[in-house]
Design a protein around this ligand. Structure first.
Ligand SMILES: Cc1cc2nc3c(=O)[nH]c(=O)nc-3n(C[C@H](O)[C@H](O)[C@H](O)COP(=O)(O)O)c2cc1C
Length: 222
């Protein structure tokens, strides 16, 4: 049995999936335990839409067109206008590190894969779980969606599946709403791609760094 400690340590964002289809029963095995996530006053504000097969392919095609036509992202949840310097520099470091991984794996004469293209291909995932909540809700409920997101990802890991939580998966909500018949009162907050990790893709070997506990945690009176 996977321990929580090792699940937390081993989880990483999977950005390349095998195309193998995942059946409804296996998806439910991941989602059902995750529904035990805590939420403000047990409001359980999440509404979950699972896309696979033909429907997901249509979303993928819609995304490919958005990228080709350079249509700007239009997420239901507005992107931050600015980031604190420390967050921005960590974001920039991640981009450099991830590009280096791609460069190292690139054979002479081969074109460097584009990070955004991978996102817009939905990482080749056979399943994307979209987390939605009513538009009248606030960051209080966003906290709850964060809790269930991590629960879904750890639950996927126990089922030997990989996951990628990504805002880009929800960057063009009109396409997703149309294909999955998501009602207008629901904001499409985030997508979580699920599937079997492609072990040969160098993107999946990448480990992001973390600030040390010594830097992050301040003990007071302990
Ligand atoms: C709210 C949220 C949004 C994210 N959006 C994206 C995204 O659009 N594209 C992407 O490739 N990764 C995305 N990620 C993954 C992060 O880049 C990743 O979690 C972080 O770099 C730490 O790496 P790890 O998950 O491999 O430990 C997102 C993660 C979170 C929590």
């Amino acid at each position: 049995m996977l321990s929580v400690q090792s699940a937390l340590k081993d989880r990483r964002t999977i950005r390349a999936f095998k195309p193998d289809r995942i059946n409804r029963e296996s998806i439910m095995k991941i989602l059902e335990p995750a529904l035990a996530a805590p939420s403000w006053a047990n409001t359980q504000p999440w509404e979950i839409f699972v896309a696979a097969g033909e429907r997901l392919e249509r979303i993928r095609q819609g995304y490919a067109k958005m990228l080709k036509d350079c249509v700007p992202r239009n997420p239901d949840i507005a992107m931050p206008k600015e980031w604190p310097d420390a967050c921005r520099s960590r974001m920039e470091a991640l981009k450099i590190e991830r590009t280096e991984v791609l460069e190292q794996a690139c054979r002479p004469g081969e074109r460097l894969p584009d990070l955004m293209q991978m996102n817009y291909r939905l990482f080749g995932a056979p399943v994307v779980v979209y987390l939605c909540m009513d538009r009248c809700l606030t960051p209080w409920s966003m906290f709850d969606l964060g809790a269930i997101s991590q629960s879904i990802m750890l639950s996927a890991q126990e089922q030997s599946m990989g996951s990628a939580v990504a805002v880009t998966l929800a960057a063009h909500p009109d396409i997703i709403r149309r294909e999955l018949h998501i009602p207008d009162n629901l904001a499409i907050v985030i997508g979580i791609a699920l599937g079997l990790p492609d072990p040969d893709n160098p993107q999946n070997q990448f480990r992001s760094t973390r600030r040390s506990a010594g830097e992050v945690v301040r003990f007071v009176g302990v």
